[in-house]
Design a protein around this ligand. Structure first.
Ligand SMILES: NC(=O)CC[C@H](N)C(=O)O
Length: 357
């Protein structure tokens, strides 16, 4: 039995459970994800930086810890909540259990709470802040409500340009790292790109000097509108007229750079079975998603762009195609990991654009 620990929500609701992983207290935004697998990818996805993740699937950790499945070199979420973690994982690739891994990497875990009741609260009231603590009587609610993640992109991006040589190279792609998932790089390499990972603040001039065929804008954490300098920088990068492909945060930043607006969703889309519809063909795909913000459809200037995908559940914007620059972007994750690979063809679209230009 672990020690008693609590989740205190900013609305005053308290859940009592057991601590696992590293000891400590964390305050962050509490979000839920419905993926039934892919917990290692979730734990190492930097888009969760500054959040506490709740897994709706009731048993997590049954295939253990597999470092080659990691999506990044750091742990994304600040805290992690599950109904039950598996003490005896079984998989030939597993190198250990979640509790040991969390202790080594400083992740604060909470288990044994009713994650279904917690998810219903978030779904009905919207995402809110919460604190994992051993002392619920001492929570400062003003501080809890005021918590907001800061410098999210800066904290998760690489600090220097990194070139990854590829013997099968047919094109070179600059991957703007806003807190990227590794599978974006792996996917680009598989399709034949030599990838140059660029810090979030790499300028248009520096990119021009790299002589790349395409630019990929990565996923990443936080509120997209919190990055005015990155958005200004993107306005210059757009002028290079090099094919651009944006994923998730990259999609939102490109929209902001074009003067469109973003908004916070009530509880976001996080999971591996989000249906998206291609508005050009009417075809629906199942996608992997992890986002709390979205581009406001009505703010898209139809002279310069059109809506490419929408979410079938709530009709929010899931993709944009640009008319005056060689660019398109999606809110979901075509690189998957975890989740289905239905929309992997978008990488082909990007490669076709690069080869044509
Ligand atoms: N996965 C992402 O890139 C997420 C983008 C942004 N942080 C959001 O929550 O909407």
């Amino acid at each position: 039995m672990g020690n008693k620990a609590y989740l205190v929500l900013e609305n005053g609701k308290v859940f009592c459970g057991e601590a696992f992983g590293a000891a400590g207290e964390v305050t962050a935004e509490v979000v839920f994800t419905t993926g039934m697998t892919g917990y290692l990818e979730t734990l190492t996805d930097k888009s969760y930086f500054g959040q506490i993740v709740v897994q709706t699937f009731p048993l997590i950790g049954n295939y253990g810890v597999i470092p080659s499945d990691f999506e990044g070199n750091m742990i994304g979420p600040r805290g992690y909540i599950v109904k039950e973690w598996c003490q005896s994982p079984s998989n030939f690739r597993s190198e250990g259990d979640l509790d040991t891994f969390f202790k080594a990497r400083g992740v604060v875990g909470l288990c044994g709470i009713d994650t279904r009741a917690l998810t219903k609260i978030i779904r009905e009231s919207g995402v809110m802040n919460g604190m994992i603590t051993t002392d619920p009587a001492n929570v400062d609610f003003d501080q809890l409500r005021a918590y907001r993640v800061e410098k999210a992109v800066e904290s998760t991006s690489v600090k220097e340009i990194e070139r990854h040589t590829n013997p099968n190279k047919t094109v070179t792609v600059a991957l703007m790292d806003y807190g990227m998932k590794e599978n974006i790089r792996r996917k680009l390499e598989k399709f034949g790109a030599e990838v140059i990972i660029c810090p979030y603040n790499t300028t248009a001039e520096q990119i021009r000097a790299l002589g790349v065929d395409g630019i990929m804008l990565s996923n990443g954490p936080g509120d997209p509108a919190d990055n005015p300098e990155v958005i200004r920088n993107l306005q210059e990068i757009m002028q290079l007229n090099i094919p651009l492909f944006g994923i998730c945060l990259g999609h939102q930043l490109l929209a902001l750079a074009n003067g469109f607006k973003t908004e916070k969703l009530k509880y976001g889309h996080r999971g591996a079975n989000q249906p998206v519809k291609n508005l050009e063909t009417g075809r629906v795909y199942i996608s992997s998603q992890n986002h709390g913000y979205a581009v406001v459809s009505s703010s898209i200037d139809r002279e310069i762009a059109s809506e490419y995908f929408i979410n079938v559940n709530d009709k929010t914007c899931e993709g944009i195609r640009y008319k005056k620059i060689p660019a398109f972007s999606v809110q979901f994750h075509p690189e998957a990991c975890g989740g289905p690979c239905d929309t992997s063809f978008l990488f082909e679209t990007f490669f076709d654009m690069m080869k044509k230009s």
